[in-house]
Design a protein around this ligand. Structure first.
Ligand SMILES: Nc1ccn([C@@H]2O[C@H](COP(=O)(O)OP(=O)(O)OP(=O)(O)O)[C@@H](O)[C@H]2O)c(=O)n1
Ligand SMILES: O=P(O)(O)OC[C@@H](O)[C@@H](O)[C@@H](O)CO
Length: 465
């Protein structure tokens, strides 16, 4: 909900070195699903229209890196500012652009309320941001809190337990936080060097220097901060899960494709939300782009083997033309349907090489192309049973009976002057639909695995259902 009538900007401290995570790259620049972690928090702010300016504070050596990220991912309303040797000093530098002209070439409108949010907290939604802003407007300061997971204890000089805190009475201070700009700026201006160098809590500064008791707002579980390596893995897993909620299946009406084009979405529906689009619809750029901009990052193209690569290239072209920055890797699974029925492997080495080459090219556009072959030989399978006898279905075990149905058909053929009557015997064997369903279910399982895993190492590979 938009905090009506309040001018709001945000400061994202991103100037740390990420020692606890380890590694040469500061955690805010570590890739998550191919994109730097900081970009997620920036994106979370920029997609909220009532946040005017977004100030990202980074260490001097990372200023160019941050500017490149802003450019590459099309971030808007973002300004990079030089950080300090501690988090408080970085935040203070971020606030200065609104108050002291010499800190910025661009004159920033001082906001009434300023959000402070660690750039390594990628999951922040508009709801909590709106709540802390509204609370800050009323109380002067506000911050998100979460229940403690572990009990807090104090140790005595000898390293033994001195006392423990009653966990139910305490909360963990998280982000986002929000402040009346004048309150937090005043607090930083009065701050001692000790607080600037060793403090970790902005709410404390507002209380200590401005007698402002922040409003504590219950936050959601995903407000956590990426601190250790495990947190990066968790962030990756959550993002992959968020991207695996919907798939668009593009299929053709031609008879070869139609059957699988119908059965496959039905099988996928048991695990994921499915949008089905015909090839003709998909050629309508706006239709597909509306699906894509609706946050669908997974596409399955069911093609007749003969034209699969062309259809897939057409789809890539449409996705590329959409002006939505590819903030997340798009999974595009090209399903090759081969019902020729011959047991020979129906895709040649040359064709496999062209799929790989095409996949390598599209990966540069953050589109992960995978191949999936469905070889379905319309098996005529039946068990000869004595006519009229049915195998009893045992409880709980569907004992499918494929009738070898003999049809006596009286055929009268009028051949002019003579009415010729023929008695025709037909033996009709039932195609075994469960075999096709089994193959389609196997294809659906592979598709879900590719969507959930989004593994760039598997691009261009051809899996066989
Ligand atoms: N001098 C600093 C130190 C930290 N931060 C930022 O403050 C946020 C939370 O700090 P923390 O998790 O402690 O990050 P680091 O200091 O990088 O981590 P570590 O303590 O493990 O080195 C991070 O976005 C971090 O980049 C900052 O802007 N300037
Ligand atoms: O202490 P660190 O530098 O790891 O991170 C800062 C956190 O303390 C801070 O984001 C919250 O506790 C809320 O102030």
């Amino acid at each position: 909900m938009e905090p009506g009538g309040v001018s709001v900007s945000a400061v994202l401290p991103a100037g740390g070195s990420g020692e606890r995570l380890g590694g040469a790259t500061p955690k805010q620049f570590c890739a998550v699903q191919g994109r730097p972690l900081v970009s997620y928090a920036v994106r979370a702010m920029e997609r909220i229209s009532w946040i005017s300016d977004i100030i990202v504070v980074v260490s001097p050596e990372n200023i160019e890196t941050m500017k490149t990220i802003i450019e590459k991912y099309g971030h808007k309303r973002v300004t990079v500012v030089e950080g300090g040797i501690t988090r408080h000093r970085s935040i203070f530098n971020g606030l200065k652009v609104f108050a002291e002209k010499q800190f910025s070439s661009h004159l920033f409108q001082k906001p009434e309320v300023v959000i402070i949010h660690d750039a390594v907290r990628p999951f922040v939604e508009e709801d909590i941001l709106s709540k802390v802003v509204m609370a800050a407007k009323e109380h002067g300061a506000a911050g998100a809190i979460r229940p403690l997971v572990s009990t807090v204890v104090a140790s005595a000089a000898d390293g033994c337990l001195d006392h423990s805190l009653e966990r139910a009475r305490y909360r963990a201070s998280e982000m986002p936080q929000a402040f009346l700009f004048d309150v937090i700026y005043e607090a930083y201006q009065q701050c001692t060097d000790y607080d600037l160098d060793y403090g970790t809590e902005c709410l404390h500064l507002a209380l200590k220097y401005c007698k402002t008791n922040a409003k504590l707002v219950e936050g959601t579980a995903d407000l956590w901060k990426v601190t250790y390596k495990r947190d990066l893995y968790a962030a990756e897993s959550i993002i992959k899960d968020n991207l695996s909620q919907e798939v668009c299946v593009i299929t053709d009406a031609n008879e070869t494709v139609a059957q699988v084009g119908f059965l496959l979405p039905e099988s996928l529906k048991r695990q994921i939300k499915v949008e089905t689009v015909s090839i003709s619809q998909s050629r309508n750029d706006n239709h597909l782009q509306s699906i894509f901009s609706g946050q669908c990052y997974n596409f399955v193209c069911v093609n007749d083997k003969k034209c699969a690569i062309q259809e897939t290239q057409q789809l890539v072209h449409i996705l590329e033309k959409s002006d939505i920055p590819l903030l997340h890797p798009v999974v595009l699974i090209s399903v090759y349907l081969d019902i020729s029925g011959n047991n020979s492997f129906s895709i040649g080495m040359e064709e496999l090489a062209s799929i790989k080459k095409f996949a390598r090219e599209t990966k540069k556009k953050n589109i992960l192309v995978y191949g999936l072959l469905i070889q379905y030989k319309p098996q005529l399978q039946s068990k000869i049973c004595q006519r009229g006898q049915w195998t009893a279905s045992r409880r709980g075990e569907q004992n499918v009976l494929w009738m070898n149905t003999t049809l006596f058909m009286l055929i009268s053929v009028y051949d002019g002057w003579h009415l010729k009557t023929q008695l025709k015997f037909f033996t009709v064997q039932t195609k075994d639909p469960s075999l096709l369903q089994e193959t389609v279910n196997s294809a659906a399982a592979l598709i879900m695995a590719l969507i959930k895993d989004r593994n760039p190492e598997l691009i261009g590979q051809l899996l066989v259902a």
